[in-house]
Ligand binder design. Structure first.
Ligand SMILES: Cc1cc2nc3c(=O)[nH]c(=O)nc-3n(C[C@H](O)[C@H](O)[C@H](O)COP(=O)(O)OP(=O)(O)OC[C@H]3O[C@@H](n4cnc5c(N)ncnc54)[C@H](O)[C@@H]3O)c2cc1C
Length: 356
C-alpha cells in the first residue's frame, strides 16, 4: 500500500482524491485548512465548462480543458448534476473585431474543435436580440454546471472509497526523508507522495518545504463579479471577441442555472467594487440593462504565475520534484474547473501509476 497526502480540498484536490480512490493499492488522505470543502477559488468562479477555443495549441491547459470538458459532461449526466450545454457566443461589434472571430475560429480548429460556427448579423439578432453585435462565433460545446453539487459528489464518492479528510488542518510540518515524508498531524503513518494542490498557497507551501528549489512566482490578480435577477432574455454565455491568446478587459455575461445573470470576472488588483465600470461596459454590449438591479456578488483570485521570470506564462504548471515524490500544481486558474477531472488523470498517469 502507498500512502498519499493531498494538500487542499478545492476542486483540484477533490478530483485527485476521487481519481486515486478508484485505484488499488493507494491509501489517500486530504488535509484542508478550512472547515469544509471548496470554500476558496472553487466557489468563486463563473461555473463555465469551457470548450478550449482560445488556448495556445501547445499548452497543457488546452489539452486538459478539451479532455476535461468531455469528462465533466459525462460525470454530470451520470450523477444527475445540474448542467446546461448552452453554448458560448464571441461577439464582434465591427469589421475589425470580425477579424478576431476568424482568428478564433482558426485557433479552435488548430485546437481540434470542429464545431465552432460563424454567425451573421441577422441570425445573431434572432438568437440573442438583447445583445449588440455585428457578427459572432458560436462555440456550441461550452456550458454551465452546478459546481457545489459537483464537488460534493467528488467528496462523497471519494469518502465512500475510503479517502480520509482532515479539516481545519493548517500549519503542516513536513519532515522529508529520502523516499517518504512524515507529517505532524498524522501519527504512525508516513507518506510516499505529497500532492500540493493548495491553490493560491501552493507556491508558498512548496517554498517553505524546499527553500533551495527554484519555483515559479505568484502574480495574483482579482476577478470580481456582479449579478442581476433582471430577465435579460439571454440564453448563451456572451464573451466579447478577442485576439486569440490575449486577455483584454471585458465583462462576460453568464446565465446562471438558478436564474439571473453573472457579470465578470474582471481583472483588477484591489478588492474595491466599482459598479459604474461594469455598467459602462455592459451598456455598450446590451440593448437593455437596469443599473439599479446590479448587485455585487463575489470575487476570486486568479492564480497567475511567472515561470523563469517570463511575464507571460499562462499555462498550468504540474510537476514532480526531481528528488522527491512531491507533486506541485501551480497556476491552476481558468479553466481549472473544466479540467479538474483530466488534471487528476494527468497526475495519476504521469507521476503515480508507473511508480506503484
Ligand atoms: C474569478 C475566477 C473565475 C473562474 N471561472 C472559471 C470557470 O468558469 N470555469 C473554469 O473551468 N474555471 C474557472 N476558474 C478557475 C477555477 O476556479 C480554478 O482553477 C479552480 O477552482 C482551482 O481549484 P484549486 O483546487 O486549485 O484551488 P482552490 O479552490 O483555491 O482550493 C485550494 C484549497 O487548498 C486549501 N489550502 C490552502 N492552503 C492550505 C494549507 N496550508 N493547508 C491546507 N489546505 C490549504 C484552501 O483552503 C482551498 O480549499 C475561475 C477562477 C477564478 C479566480
Amino acid at each position: 500500500m502507498k500512502n498519499i497526502l493531498i494538500i487542499g480540498s478545492g476542486v483540484v484536490g477533490l478530483a485527485i482524491a476521487y481519481e486515486l480512490s478508484k485505484k488499488r493499492g493507494l491509501n489517500v488522505f486530504v488535509v484542508e485548512k478550512n472547515k469544509s470543502i471548496g470554500l476558496e477559488n472553487t466557489s468563486k468562479s463563473s461555473e463555465i465548462i469551457h470548450a478550449g477555443v482560445y488556448y495556445k495549441t501547445n499548452f497543457l491547459k488546452r489539452k486538459l480543458a478539451i479532455e476535461g470538458k468531455k469528462l465533466i459532461y459525462k460525470f454530470c449526466k451520470k450523477y444527475k448534476i445540474r448542467h446546461a450545454k448552452v453554448g458560448k457566443l464571441f461577439i464582434a461589434k465591427n469589421k475589425i473585431e470580425e477579424k478576431y472571430l476568424h482568428l478564433l475560429k482558426k485557433q479552435s480548429l488548430k485546437n481540434g474543435l470542429k464545431d465552432c460556427k460563424l454567425i451573421n448579423y441577422k441570425k445573431l439578432k434572432k438568437i440573442e436580440p438583447n445583445v449588440i453585435g455585428y457578427k459572432a462565433l458560436m462555440s456550441p460545446s461550452s456550458g454551465i454546471f452546478d459546481v457545489k453539487s459537483f464537488i460534493s459528489k467528488l467528496y462523497k464518492i471519494s469518502k465512500k472509497n475510503s479517502v480520509k479528510y482532515k479539516f481545519k488542518s493548517k500549519n503542516l510540518k513536513i519532515i522529508k526523508k529520502d523516499k517518504y515524508f512524515i507529517v505532524n498531524n498524522f501519527k504512525n503513518i508516513s507518506f510516499d507522495y505529497i500532492i500540493n494542490s493548495a491553490g493560491i498557497n501552493a507556491i508558498k507551501i512548496a517554498k517553505k518545504n524546499f527553500p533551495n528549489e527554484k519555483f515559479p512566482k505568484d502574480r495574483y490578480v482579482r476577478g470580481i463579479y456582479l449579478k442581476t435577477k433582471q430577465n435579460l432574455k439571454i440564453n448563451k454565455i456572451i464573451y466579447q471577441s478577442q485576439k486569440p491568446n490575449t486577455v483584454t478587459p471585458r465583462v462576460d455575461i453568464v446565465p446562471m442555472l438558478e436564474g439571473g445573470y453573472l457579470f465578470g470576472p474582471n481583472v483588477q488588483k484591489s478588492k474595491k467594487v466599482n459598479k459604474n465600470l461594469f455598467f459602462n461596459v455592459l451598456r455598450k454590449n446590451l440593448r437593455f440593462i437596469d443599473k439599479g438591479k446590479l448587485k455585487y456578488f463575489k470575487q476570486g483570485i486568479r492564480t497567475k504565475i511567472t515561470v523563469n521570470n517570463k511575464i507571460k506564462n499562462e499555462d498550468f504548471f504540474i510537476k514532480k520534484l526531481k528528488k522527491y515524490n512531491w507533486i506541485n500544481l501551480f497556476g491552476i486558474e481558468s479553466p481549472g474547473l473544466t479540467s479538474s477531472l483530466s488534471i487528476s488523470k494527468y497526475v495519476y498517469r504521469n507521476f503515480i501509476r508507473n511508480e506503484k
